[in-house]
Design a protein around this ligand. Structure first.
Ligand code: NAP
Length: 171
C-alpha cells in the first residue's frame, strides 16, 4: 500500500519555500512521527537533505535520485519512481513524504492521503502539491485544531481514500 503524507497550505496547495517547510508546527511533526514510525518512508533527494536529522529514525528510508549509483548513508537509494515502488514493503503501508516532484509522480498510484491542511496562505511559496480531485478522493476523517502558543496557525488533520472506481489495477 502506498500512502502520501504532506502538510499543505490553503488556497494554493503550497508545501515549501526555498528548500524548506513553510512553517514550524510541532503538533504536525508529532502527528507525522506517530503515523510513519516503524514504516518505510520514500522521498526525493532534496527532501532527504532538507531533514534536520537524516535518515529519519525508526523508519526504513528510501531516497530517489536520477544519479545512478549514488548512495545515502542510512538510507536505500532508488533510481526511479518504479524502482522506489519495487523496493516498497508489499505487506505494509509505505509513506511518500515528499517533496513536490515526488508527490506529483506518486499521486496517480497512491491509495491513501494523510493531509495536514494548514489554514494560512503563503504567496511566496515555490513548491506545491497537486490538486486533490474530489472525483478521485473521498474524505474519510477530519480533525480540526486551533492555533496555540506553539502552533501559529489553525490546522486540520485529514485522511482521504481513493474512490473505488478510480483504483488502478497493478500487475
Ligand atoms: N509540506 C510538506 O509536507 C513537505 C514534505 C516534504 C518536502 N516538502 C518541501 O518540498 C520541497 C522539496 O521538494 P522538491 O520538489 O524541490 O524536491 P524533492 O521531490 O524532495 O526531490 C527532488 C529530487 O528527487 C529526485 N527525483 C525526483 N523524481 C525522480 C525520478 N522520477 N527519478 C529519479 N530521481 C527523481 C531528483 O534527485 P536528483 O537531483 O539527485 O536526480 C530530484 O532532484 C522543500 O521545500 C521541502 O521542504 C514539504
Amino acid at each position: 500500500m502506498i500512502s502520501i503524507i504532506v502538510a499543505i497550505a490553503d488556497k494554493n496547495n503550497a508545501i515549501g519555500r526555498k528548500g524548506e517547510l513553510l512553517c514550524h508546527l510541532p503538533n504536525d511533526l508529532r502527528h507525522f512521527k506517530e503515523i510513519t514510525s516503524g514504516s518505510t518512508v520514500i522521498m526525493g533527494k532534496r527532501t532527504f537533505f532538507s531533514l534536520p536529522k537524516h535518515p529519519l529514525p525508526n523508519r526504513r528510508n528510501i531516497v530517489i535520485t536520477d544519479i545512478t549509483g549514488e548512495q545515502f548513508e542510512g538510507a536505500e537509494a532508488a533510481y526511479s519512481i518504479e524502482d522506489a515502488a519495487r523496493l516498497a514493503d508489499e505487506k505494509k503501508e509505505n509513506f511518500i513524504i515528499g517533496g513536490g516532484m515526488v508527490y506529483k509522480q506518486f499521486m496517480p498510484i497512491a491509495d491513501k492521503l494523510y493531509i495536514t491542511h494548514i489554514h494560512n496562505v503563503w504567496d511566496d511559496a515555490d513548491t506545491f502539491f497537486p490538486e486533490i480531485n474530489s472525483n478521485e478522493w473521498q474524505l474519510s476523517a477530519i480533525e480540526h485544531h486551533q492555533a496555540d502558543e506553539k502552533n501559529p496557525y489553525d490546522y486540520s488533520f485529514a485522511e482521504y481514500e481513493r474512490k473505488k472506481e478510480f483504483i488502478i489495477i497493478k500487475n
